[in-house]
Design a protein around this ligand. Sequence first.
Ligand SMILES: NC(=O)c1ccc[n+]([C@@H]2O[C@H](COP(=O)([O-])OP(=O)(O)OC[C@H]3O[C@@H](n4cnc5c(N)ncnc54)[C@H](O)[C@@H]3O)[C@@H](O)[C@H]2O)c1
Length: 273
Amino acid sequence: MAEPYSLTGKHVLITGAGSGIGRLMALGAARRGATQLVLWDLNLPAAKAVAKEVEALGASALAMSVDVSKKAPVTTAAAKVFDKVGHLDVLINNAGVVTGKHFLDLDEKDVSLTYAVNTFALYWTIQAFLPSMLARDSGRLVTIASAAGLAGSSRLTDYSGSKHAAVGFMESLRAELRDAGSGVSALTVNPFYINTGMFDGVKSGSPLLPIQDQDDATAKILDAVESTKRELLLPGMVYSVRVFRLLPTALFDWIADAFGINKAMKTFRGRRT
Ligand SMILES: NC(=O)c1ccc[n+]([C@@H]2O[C@H](COP(=O)([O-])OP(=O)(O)OC[C@H]3O[C@@H](n4cnc5c(N)ncnc54)[C@H](O)[C@@H]3O)[C@@H](O)[C@H]2O)c1
């Protein structure tokens, strides 16, 4: 994509739009001129409440109850989206879950759900919307992965594994789109902890890696959506992971410990709803 992307006049679908940065991205996209927001969430009342906020900003909103972890409901819901709003310009895969459990405490349901929402959902949503984007030779595919998709951490074996998979998935998809000479572009976002409540209780182990404010993080993500960027790491310090990876693994592990990466999850409570 040679030109920066503008959200003005665009149709934008966000998964997990009922809460956290999903909700904030919906409101931000409406403020930046998107004309149609499609808000998918398991929690329909929450998505409907966000739809009202979006409409108050002058954009149209369609709230839908969709479980993105399964292919069939995603395919059915996508057909309704085409029926009601015509086409989609931007797909933001944002829905995510975390258990925060130690490895030996994870049961089969925990691991399956984490991968189904954080990884497999990307296959189902993008398979549903990419063909129409390819036909128009235009569109932006955005995945909110995680800094845990670049570096592992204690109590995140399921989450970090699923986010590493999401990062690899997006890199491969980007390669396929490039190979096909497509005008559809892809952006992977890898944020460190954000104060949405999803990781409630987590404490930063270093002033160099502060817990991010959800409004600031959302503004930076939307700036990246409206750019030619292929990846966004938040905050900037996360880019150093790539440099530290060049070091011997024992040294990389020592640096991660020095940054308090493993201590951060010790106080994790998660979202209590
Ligand atoms: N908060 C952080 O510290 C942080 C850091 C890095 C990455 N992320 C990622 O950012 C994304 C958004 O996180 P958040 O902090 O806003 O979380 P959040 O918990 O506030 O929002 C997640 C939303 O996803 C929805 N959801 C969960 N399972 C779903 C399913 N099967 N189908 C449809 N919707 C579903 C939830 O109902 C919720 O509204 C997630 O992918 C998360 O992994 C968050």
